[in-house]
Design a protein around this ligand. Structure first.
Ligand SMILES: [Zn+2]
Length: 711
């Protein structure tokens, strides 16, 4: 052991910073002091744009600093915290038992060594003991500079020689004190648009939950986050093309990816993550984060069918929808729906409408899944009439649950998700208990396919909404008879891809659009559009459209009917510039009391239709900075969010975005005035500077030829 330690000390000296580099640190705006790191003989991995520091082997190679050198003045993230693990933690289960656990970390006694191999540092921890057993586990972590020297990819592998212990979870990379209280803005991958930019981040309470499961709208719909110190940032992303379950753990100022392993805790296993976690230095703001991730994400399997402009299976009628209507629970009978839609078509003439039809069935809502048929008498006739008018008619069905009250439930039990103790995984809605179904099982796949067949054949609908699939958390399933790895892994998202394939093929052949709830990314290829219905917050940033514009459709700008006109226009205007298909309000939107609300929505919808080659198939490039002195509007959104106590804030009276068309030949600048006064808006630099008058509650569009394609 001593010989190994000596080798590491020599290695650390070789990697220590040069005097010139040390001088550069003195000029940085760092919150963390890397000077001290050099003094204790840390190991450095150094690129042109990023520099990582790891403590001595005695201190477990804790990561004690990540320096952004992309910006003029280097900025440091992550800090030392003596005595706490700062690289990885591993949790094992004994004999497959979830309650007999043991956690080891990079500080436990063992042989440790580090060596350099080109752009990689290889860290080894050998002969770790599990309980009374000795020399059972070896851990190897590698950190590799990317070819451009601005990012590092972290990987971990584990060898487990124990016959009784199995690897259950990894925490890797484990970073301490990424930023200090109040000094940084943090981009958290949560909320309706998969991004909340928390200014001057002060820790957990602002976040309303710090353990974000991916992929679900209740956690993270995309797997990237960032810390920003002025114009310098650190982005952390899991580069996992299989869409496996993982958690972004962001308690206060620490960070790690927690990964439930495939065959979780099964004795003798050690299925560590098979993907890299990237830490990237960047300059700019959250748009840089979105676009870096877009470059990787649009090469993954969930967008393998290509952009909407060329995607062969995309439902064009859905792409053409100008505004969405939705029935509420009390107005869903066929006569009520036909009256409601007649009013909608009269109020919004020539605007293609979509109808999301809830409670079309004879059973109460949130009952009888998946045996939700029969429909209320007369539904088929109303569907036929609406289709004749060009309406996309989209009833609700559930894509995840089996109601325990159904006689058929007993026969479905083998296909339900099982907890580690063999009990069924249960969801409760409205006092009802539902078994969550495992998407890898043939009986469930066939059951859902049969339901879709009947909806399309018997009712003749031209769209179907499958609730929960791209919203709900993957349930860890431990049923050995299902043939998938137990617990963690990719089988949930891949199971749904397999489940949806025949449903999608038939839907495409029949001209039926398919949608689902919220927008967790791994499900994109199975659907035409995603319902972005969660509450909206002042600190939302449009990560989803910034990443996936041109690759899918987001719809729903639902508001509370008691929102003031200013507040309503603020939300509609913001969703509109994000590229969202507007609407999905209940029938109140057609009432006389809300005539001005509807008039504003109509204006935006017509603008979207006129510029569909940007909003549907183009790319959202960025937002316009707010000019100094621009008036603001008081906003209060009444929809009570799941994360927000106070929804009052102020928004600029005018805001705007820039889009690019699919060919990259034209740019589209769009400005929305949400206020009741005429406004003047100035944007652009130098000779490009423009001043535009924007009438009250109106839109201004400016289309220009791009200077060069794709710019
Ligand atoms: Zn299963």
């Amino acid at each position: 052991m001593k010989a190994l330690m000596g080798a590491v000390a020599v290695l650390a000296l070789a990697f220590s910073a040069t005097a010139e580099t040390e001088w550069r640190f003195e000029e940085r705006m760092a919150t963390h002091d890397l000077l001290a790191v050099g003094a204790v003989g840390a190991t450095f991995l150094e690129g042109d744009g990023i520099r990582l520091a790891f403590d001595t082997s005695e201190k477990g190679f804790n990561c004690i600093g990540i320096e952004n050198r992309v910006t003029t003045k280097p900025v440091a993230f992550c800090g030392e915290e003596s005595g706490r693990a700062g690289f990885w933690q591993l949790t094992f289960w004994k004999d497959g038992c979830q309650t007999t656990t043991l956690t080891i970390d990079n500080l436990v006694s063992c042989h440790r060594a580090a060596k350099r191999d080109g752009r990689t540092i290889i860290f080894d921890w050998c002969g770790l003991a599990l309980g009374d057993e000795e020399d059972d586990v070896d851990v190897r972590a590698t950190v590799t500079l990317t070819s451009d020297g601005t990012a590092a990819e972290w990987r971990i592998s584990v060898v487990n020689r124990s016959k009784r212990w199995g690897l259950a979870e990894t925490h890797f990379p484990l970073l301490r004190n990424v930023v200090k209280p109040g000094e940084a803005d943090v981009l958290i991958p949560k909320g309706n648009w998969a991004g909340r930019l928390v200014k001057s981040y002060n820790g957990g309470p602002q976040v309303g939950g710090t353990s974000l499961r991916y992929p679900t709208s209740l956690g993270a719909q995309i797997p990237t986050c960032a810390y920003l110190l002025g114009g310098a940032g650190l982005q952390v992303t899991t580069l996992d093309g299989r869409g496996q379950v993982k958690y972004f753990e962001m308690p206060d100022f620490d960070f790690c990816i927690r990964y439930p392993c495939p065959d979780q805790g099964v004795p003798g296993t050690a299925n560590a993550p098979d993907f890299a976690v990237e830490t990237a230095a960047f300059s700019g703001d959250w748009w840089s984060v979105a676009k870096r991730y877009r470059a990787w994400a649009t090469r993954q399997k969930w967008v393998a069918k290509g952009p909407l402009a060329t995607r062969a299976d995309f439902n064009r009628q859905l792409g053409n929808v100008g505004c969405w209507m939705k029935t509420d629970w009390k107005t869903a009978s066929p006569p009520q729906v036909s009256n409601f839609m007649a009013r909608a078509m009269s109020a919004l003439p020539d605007i293609p409408l979509g109808l999301h039809w809830y409670c079309w069935h004879t059973c109460p809502f949130d009952n009888n899944y998946p045996e939700i048929l029969p429909a209320r008498p007369g539904m088929g006739e109303v569907v036929s009439w609406l289709k004749g008018k060009g309406v996309l008619v989209m009833p609700y069905i559930n894509g995840r649950l089996w109601d325990e009250i159904l006689e058929s439930h007993a026969a479905a039990v083998p296909s339900t998700v099982k907890n580690v103790d063999g009990t069924r995984f249960i969801d409760k809605y409205g006092g009802h208990r539902f078994s969550v179904m495992c998407p890898t099982t043939k009986p469930w796949q066939q059951k859902l396919e049969a339901l879709c067949d009947r909806m399309e054949d018997e009712l003749g609908v031209n769209a179907l909404y499958l609730d929960q699939i791209s919203a709900s958390m993957p349930a860890p399933c431990f049923d050995k008879s299902h043939g998938h790895p137990l617990g963690g892994g990719s089988h949930w998202t891949e199971g749904y891809r397999e489940l949806m394939q025949p449903i999608r093929e038939k839907a495409v052949a029949r001209g039926v659009a398919l949608t689902s709830e919220n927008a967790a990314e791994p499900y994109m290829d199975s659907f035409d559009a995603h319902l972005t219905w969660f509450c909206h917050a002042y600190d939302d940033v449009p990560m989803l459209p910034a990443i996936y514009s041109g690759y899918t459709v987001y719809f729903s700008s639902v508001s509370d009917k008691n929102d003031s006109l200013d507040s309503f226009c603020a939300q509609q205007g913001r969703d509109f510039i994000f590229g969202c298909q507007l609407g999905w309000n209940d029938p109140w939107i057609l009432d006389d009391a809300h005539r001005e609300h509807l008039a504003f929505v109509e204006r935006l919808c017509r603008e979207r239709i006129a510029h569909k080659d940007f909003f549907l198939t183009g790319e959202l490039l960025g937002e316009l900075p707010t000019p100094e002195g621009l008036p603001t509007v008081d906003v209060k959104w009444n929809r009570i969010g799941m994360y927000y106590d106070d929804t009052r804030f102020r928004m600029p009276a005018v805001f705007g975005a820039i889009w690019r068309d699919f060919e990259g030949t034209r740019h589209y600048t769009v400005l929305v005035n949400i206020s009741s006064d005429k406004q003047t808006f100035t944007y652009g630099e130098g000779s490009e500077r423009k001043t535009v008058e924007v009438a009250p509650r109106s839109v201004v569009s400016i289309v220009v030829e791009a200077k060069s394609p794709r710019q």
